[in-house]
Write a protein that binds this ligand. Structure first.
Ligand SMILES: [Zn+2]
Length: 687
């Protein structure tokens, strides 16, 4: 059956959501959207793990019951998924799974019963009653062996957890054990015969060597008198199930294993097995314990377990509250578009490896790849279709009698050249996507952006528009650009659903890119004559200095109480030195212009020669000292502010008829060109 099931871990309900949670959800959501787009019936699970002594303790500390504590944390997770467009209402997850659901209790109990009746591959009882004594970390919810804890400084003190730095509990009690030690060979056989079972490769090797090192039986219950907040062991309610046994089982109870309620709504046989997305820190639970439980119960193993890396700060350090280098969800939500965050997460982290996350990096990526890249390609193409083609999609074909004329302009008259390039890129994109190599997939999509940008720059539509005989040549260039935008909208939909939908609408297309299978795209399906929609910038440029100043100076309401950090910023230091009259300002004629062309000047490495449309008869010729900071082709189509009544002057023998307004900052006086985030006609005056 053509179905797919993808899960994030269910998050432990003892702390509020953070970037790590958001990231895995974004990855799961992207995969689910890509599958749905290809016509695969898809189920996407996320949720919370709400049992165990750690929740009991957190609840006690906060003066709540464990259920109230879970509800409190879940409310924050629900808020996050809604704000970041990941919930069902936004086309995201299909279930927010909670392990306190009664149907989950039924399903887990069924799994326990099955395993307790089962024999291991070596012929022993899979579950047995024994006595356990050991050091237990409540925060990890696991017993710690000697190499997993820090020995105490003073004799008689308990050892501390290497992860949490908190004292461990000495636990000695009657316990049920799962005979994990009998599953080593079975696990190794799976790991060796299914190379894709654990990904990436180096994680799979870690798991293999862990299993080869010998497996110890696993205590899977605690006495109710020690841990009461959890699922009772069937037929022995004096015991509470080990929280990981209960939590891992959510992946099958959510879709109907062992309970009628979910079986009717979803269907276990229909969707199992799942692709599990996990952080590398919980890989062992998913790649060793979970498959062993399933093997014991005679249930098919997951499709794959994929471990992703962690986000570090821009300097490669671990993020922590004490270092003050965490990324706050509230800040992301306030200053960044969801699509920009999704793009950054998938572009910046090579899936599997650790990645680096900083607000400045996020702004830079949003500006260079989105505003100046895909966004600019879209707005310049559509603006030219509006201006030169009466807002209708031109024909993509050059008539026979115009071929020679077109050839003379340098425009490729063979449309299969562009079509072939983008088809190949699409194939690569889909292949990378299927391999979860999102970063590579996006690089491939951006090779299309660069290629089409170059095609426009080379063809100079603004020149073609001046020659009535080149109407068809102009049309073909713009058709190819618009058709490429349609393809990009479909390809990029799973990563940036909102922006893709917006560009789709601006192209005047019906429906949504969510409904188009990228592998079925056909070059030329964009209909000639169709009216385009309102042209709006999809990715407004982000003002880095302003946003960074807001982020660093405005206290964020922190998830855990801590003093807000206030930094003095460069922007704060700017003061007004002396005043001018309004008439003084009126002497400066500031106008909106659009860059028609930009090129470097030989032997003048700082200067760009530009043609700017100010809505006048002729475009202005301008020289600007920005060549070290701006790629000329990226400027084409940009709206800029020009001092229009500046006395013309000659630089390097070329006349400059005005001046481009730019901010200047830093020691080297780095220029940042002033621009508009809203559409504004050329020639409009600034006052
Ligand atoms: Zn711990």
């Amino acid at each position: 059956m053509n179905t797919f099931y993808v899960t994030t871990p269910i998050y432990y309900a003892n702390s509020l959501p953070h970037l790590g949670h958001l990231y895995t959800m974004i990855v799961g959501d992207t995969i689910a959207r890509a599958k749905r787009q290809r016509g695969v019936e898809t189920y996407f699970l996320t949720g919370t793990d709400e049992h165990g002594i750690n929740i009991e303790r957190a609840a006690q500390k906060a003066g709540r019951t464990p259920q109230e504590q879970s509800d409190y944390v879940v409310s924050y997770f629900k808020k996050m998924t809604s704000e970041f467009g990941l919930d069902t209402a936004h086309g995201g997850y299909d279930i927010f799974m909670r392990t306190t659901e009664p149907f989950h209790y039924k399903g887990v109990s069924e799994l326990w019963r099955r395993i307790s009746k089962a024999k291991t591959p070596k012929g022993n009882d899979a579950i047995y009653k024994g006595h356990y004594e050991g050091w237990f970390c409540a925060a990890c919810a696991e017993y710690k062996t000697e190499d997993e804890y820090q020995k105490p400084k003073n004799e008689g003190d308990p050892p501390t957890c290497l992860i949490h730095d908190t004292p461990l509990d000495r636990v000695s009690e009657e316990s049920y054990f799962f005979r994990l030690s009998d599953y080593d060979e079975a696990l190794l056989s799976v790991l060796e015969t299914r190379p894709d079972f654990v990904r990436p490769d180096y994680r799979r090797n870690e798991v293999i060597s862990f299993v080869r090192g010998g497996l110890q039986d696993l205590s899977v219950s605690r006495l109710k008198t020690s841990v009461s907040w959890g699922v009772p062991v069937p037929d022995d309610p004096a015991h509470t199930m080990y929280v990981w046994f209960d939590a891992l089982t959510n992946y099958i109870t959510a879709i109907g294993f062992g309970n009628e309620e979910r079986q009717k709504v979803v269907g276990f046989e229909k969707f199992w097995p799942a692709l599990h997305l996990v952080g590398k820190d919980i890989l062992r639970f998913h790649a060793v314990y979970w498959p062993s439980f399933l093997l014991a119960a005679g249930i098919e193993l997951p499709r794959a377990i994929v471990a992703h890396g962690m986000w570090l700060d821009p300097n490669g350090r671990k993020m922590s509250k004490t270092l003050g280098n965490t990324i706050e969800l509230d800040v992301l939500q306030k200053h960044f578009s969801i699509d920009a965050i999704r793009y950054f997460c998938l572009r910046e982290m090579v899936f599997g490896q650790d990645g680096r996350f900083g607000y400045e990096g996020l702004i830079d990526r949003a500006n260079s790849d989105l505003a100046s890249g895909w966004g600019n390609l879209s707005s310049r193409t559509l603006t030219m279709i509006a201006r030169y083609c009466d807002s209708r999609i031109p024909s993509g074909l050059i008539p026979e009698d115009k071929l020679l004329l077109a050839k003379r302009t340098g425009v490729d008259t063979d449309e299969t050249t562009v079509a072939g390039f983008i088809e190949h890129a699409r194939d690569q994109f889909v292949q990378h996507f299927d391999n979860l190599a999102f970063s590579k997939a996006l690089e491939t999509a951006w090779s299309v952006v660069a290629r089409v940008d170059k095609m426009i720059t080379d063809a100079k539509p603004w020149d073609l528009a001046k020659d009535e005989n080149q109407k068809q040549t102009l049309g073909v260039v713009l058709y190819r650009a618009a058709e490429s935008l349609r393809w990009l909208s479909v390809m990029l939909y799973p990563v940036m659903p909102e922006a893709s939908g917006a560009i789709w609408k601006q192209l005047g297309l019906d429906g949504s890119p969510a409904q188009i299978d990228p592998t079925q795209l056909k070059w030329g399906d964009l209909k000639q004559g169709a009216q385009i929609g309102d042209v709006q910038p999809v990715f407004p440029r982000m003002d880095k200095a302003k946003i960074m100043s807001e982020i660093t100076s405005a206290p964020v309401v922190p998830a855990e109480p801590s003093a807000p950090v206030v930094h003095a910023t460069q922007a704060d230091a700017v003061g007004v030195t002396s005043f001018i009259e309004i008439d003084d300002f009126a002497k400066v004629d500031l106008r909106v212009g659009q860059v028609l062309s930009a090129e470097r000047i030989p032997k003048a490495d700082k200067l760009l020669l530009m043609k700017i449309d100010l809505g006048e008869e002729q475009p202005r010729q301008l020289l600007a000292g920005i060549a070290q900071y701006y790629e000329p082709e990226k400027l084409i189509g940009r709206k800029v502010v020009i001092v229009a009544n500046l006395k013309p002057r000659k630089l390097r023998g070329l006349e400059s008829q005005g001046m481009v307004v730019a901010a200047s900052y830093g020691e080297e006086g780095r220029p940042v060109i002033a621009t508009f985030t809203e559409d504004v006609p050329n020639g409009a005056r600034l006052k």
